[in-house]
Write a protein that binds this ligand. Structure first.
Ligand code: DC
Length: 235
């Protein structure tokens, strides 16, 4: 069901890693006939390229070298009807699967803290939302990318629940990871995302908080549709 007659708005979905932000944002976009943009995938794409190009060596992110690569990386999205979402491409190559490995996850917080990386990706994201009708998920969408977004959600969930979700996802893909390793990664990324100097993860003052530790996607959708009606009434 899409609500094409309503004026289109920007819906910013921020929050901690592995909260189900992308799944939820994608479901909202499908429901409203909006475009879904996963900005975490863009930071992951830069990280993947930096790994491939040797700007990250033995786990060390060489910030100047990563910044110098930015002119050589073209990030594009192409809608994949099978997934009902857009796949990400790096310089024309499909990167969707390659950006979700533990190797990329372990380095992405440090790459996303590089000011040049943020400047480039934030400008791209603002351009993608210029015509509204987007649901964008990330860490700084409601605070930096679209501080005037009509609707802002801030998602959170118990770190143990989040680690379990990511663990199940990676094991289903055949990745040989341990739950302890994932729990460590979730906690470390929370800390890094909240404490970085440029655009740290924080809740926008006008964001609505959704703790989905014990909610199904259907329950979250019901909650969201009620909040959306309130938001549109107030516009
Ligand atoms: O949502 P995700 O876990 O795929 O995001 C990957 C990383 O990118 C995460 O550690 C934080 C960073 N990120 C960011 O700094 N700003 C965004 N808007 C989105 C993601």
């Amino acid at each position: 069901m899409s609500d094409t007659k309503q004026p289109k708005i920007i819906i910013a979905v921020d929050g901690f890693s592995s909260c189900g932000k992308s799944t939820f944002a994608k479901a909202i976009a499908a429901r409203l006939g909006y475009i879904f943009i996963d900005t975490g995938a863009m930071y992951r794409a830069v990280t993947l390229f930096a790994l491939e190009q040797g700007a990250i060596r033995s786990g060390i992110v060489h910030e100047d070298e990563v910044a110098a690569l930015l002119d050589r990386i073209a990030i594009t999205f192409r809608f994949n009807p099978e997934r009902g979402a857009s796949d990400i491409y790096v310089n024309g190559d499909l990167a969707e699967g390659k950006i979700r490995t533990i190797e990329v996850s372990n380095c992405v917080s440090r790459v996303s803290a590089i000011p040049e990386v943020r400047a480039k990706l934030v400008a791209m994201q603002q351009e993608m939302g210029r015509r509204k009708g987007v649901v964008m998920d990330g860490r700084d969408i409601g605070t930096v990318v679209f501080p005037d977004a009509e609707m802002k959600l801030f998602m959170t969930a118990d770190p143990k629940v989040r680690a379990r979700r990511r663990y199940d996802e990676l094991r289903a893909k055949g990745d040989e990871v341990t739950l302890e390793e994932i729990e460590r990664n979730v906690v470390e990324r929370d800390k890094a995302d909240m404490s970085r100097r440029v655009s740290p993860l924080r809740q926008a003052e006008d964001a609505i908080v959704l703790d989905n530790s014990r909610m199904t996607v259907d329950e979250q959708m019901e909650w969201f549709m009620a909040r959306l009606a309130e938001t549109k009434n107030a516009l």
